[in-house]
Design a protein around this ligand. Structure first.
Ligand SMILES: [Zn+2]
Length: 438
């Protein structure tokens, strides 16, 4: 089944942190994008497409004034924390105790988990996000709920059961044995089913024993193609806790390296306080970092030094994460704006093209999925977001004075949120259109 989209379109063909951003982007003022069987079959100037007979007898969704981008990719988010977004007045460890841990205890109930998973997935789509790397809870039911909701919409989703065997409420603890067994069962049930991918998910070093981290490492080694996610260097008190618990390790990353939890398909959330040696190690072993700026602001965790991490002599692969519920929005536009603001507070400047790259192709690279998603090119999975840079009166005022695609994007990033998402396509199907419920 073929479908067409028409509008301004933009995608990346290279990394704008490593070379002139203008050489990294493909931009069509008026593009024709054809999708077939869930994949992009064709993209070119609309006029060229018409001349080539590509638009004949085809239903075309026209988006005048909008910008069509690859669907956004959220590389770090906790779906069971949706209800505690905006939890007042705490740093990380206190916030976990006061808000996150109580909320997560409800997710052993499959009906509740399914209700929140359904809402979460719909909210992702309403925000233009088509793929996310998701932390569930320790309960296998929470993973079952999320994968079920993503699978029935044919979304490419990465998710896993949190592994946690110490330093949390008893109701949220598993054991070395049960965490291994339950994760294994979920891999067998879900990894590679449709577009679902399993992610081995030890929450972070302070809540896992040495033995549990080692079990996670074994499980990952035994199942090539699965992913691994955890947190690292988010907060100074958390880092002190890690040092007390793992006195023999040379750094936070060394704890994970020792357990076999670094390398391709590993993504570490935050890395705010990561030092040079560990950035270099991430570059060398292929581990990626999820930068979660709204969360870092909200919890007062600190400022991620993007340009240190992306030093062209040993660039670490970076994606953007909303980190809801520590983060304050599921919108990648809000997240890009916060990444820009974090850059300013570090006396650096992330350009609009660099920001959009992080939310699309960069995120796909961080999840080792850049051969499948994150680009508008023939053969790629047809996950697309249609953005309206004039979604509100002030946005229209700002957009009308933009003279370049770069500046148009920057206004959209700084002022935009879910109101700017006109439509979201998943594998070529329009699963969300603004103004249409359901
Ligand atoms: Zn997190």
């Amino acid at each position: 089944m073929q479908r067409g989209l028409r509008g301004r379109a933009i995608t990346f063909i290279a990394d704008p942190f490593l070379q002139d951003p203008l050489t990294c982007v493909r931009h069509w003022e008026d593009a024709l994008i054809l999708v077939e069987d869930g994949r992009i079959a064709y993209v070119d100037d609309y006029a060229a497409g018409v001349r080539a007979g590509r638009s004949v007898e085809l239903e075309i969704d026209e988006y005048p004034g909008a910008i069509i981008c690859p669907g956004f990719i959220d590389t770090h988010v906790h779906f069971p924390q949706l209800e505690i977004i905006g939890g007042f007045g705490a740093h990380l460890l206190e916030w976990l105790e006061r808000y996150a841990f109580p909320a997560e205890q409800k997710f052993g109930d499959i009906d509740y988990a399914t209700r929140i998973a359904d809402l979460f997935v719909r909210e992702l789509l309403r925000n233009g996000t088509t793929t996310a790397s998701v932390y569930c809870t320790v309960h296998p039911e929470s993973v079952e709920a999320l994968f079920s909701e993503a699978h029935r919409r044919n979304m490419r989703m990465i998710a896993g059961k949190v592994m946690m065997d110490r330093n949390a409420p008893a109701a949220l603890l598993d054991t070395v044995e049960s965490s291994y067994r339950q994760s294994l069962q979920l891999i067998e049930r879900w990894h590679g089913v449709g577009r679902q991918l399993y992610c081995i998910t030890p929450r972070f070093a302070p809540t896992s024993s040495d033995a549990q981290l080692a079990a996670a490492g074994h499980l990952w080694a035994e199942h090539p193609g699965t992913h691994m996610q955890t947190h690292i260097c988010e907060n100074v008190t958390e880092i002190e806790r890690m040092r007390e618990l793992f006195p023999d390790r040379s750094s936070y990353l060394d704890v994970y390296r020792h357990a076999g939890l670094v390398g391709e398909r590993a993504i570490f959330g935050h890395a705010i306080h990561m030092q040079e040696e560990d950035f270099a190690a991430c570059h060398n072993d292929g581990s990626a970092i999820a930068h979660c700026p709204t969360s870092n602001f909200f919890l007062g965790s600190g400022l991620f030094r993007m340009f240190d991490a992306r030093d062209p002599s040993r660039p670490v692969t970076i994606g953007l994460g909303t980190d809801v519920g520590g983060g304050t929005s599921l919108s990648q536009l809000r997240t890009m704006a916060a990444a820009y603001e974090t850059g300013r507070l570090c006396n650096t400047t992330i350009s609009p093209l660099q920001a959009l790259y992080l939310a699309t192709r960069g995120g796909a690279e961080a999840l080792s999925l850049d051969a499948y998603i994150g680009s508008i090119a023939p053969g790629y999975e047809a996950d697309l977001v249609v953005l309206d840079p004039a979604a509100t009166p002030v946005m229209k005022l700002r957009a009308d004075r933009s003279e370049s695609i770069s500046d148009l994007l920057f206004g959209l990033i700084m002022l935009g949120d879910d109101r700017a998402v006109r439509a979201t396509y998943v594998a070529g199907e329009p699963l969300y259109r603004s103004g249409i419920a359901g």
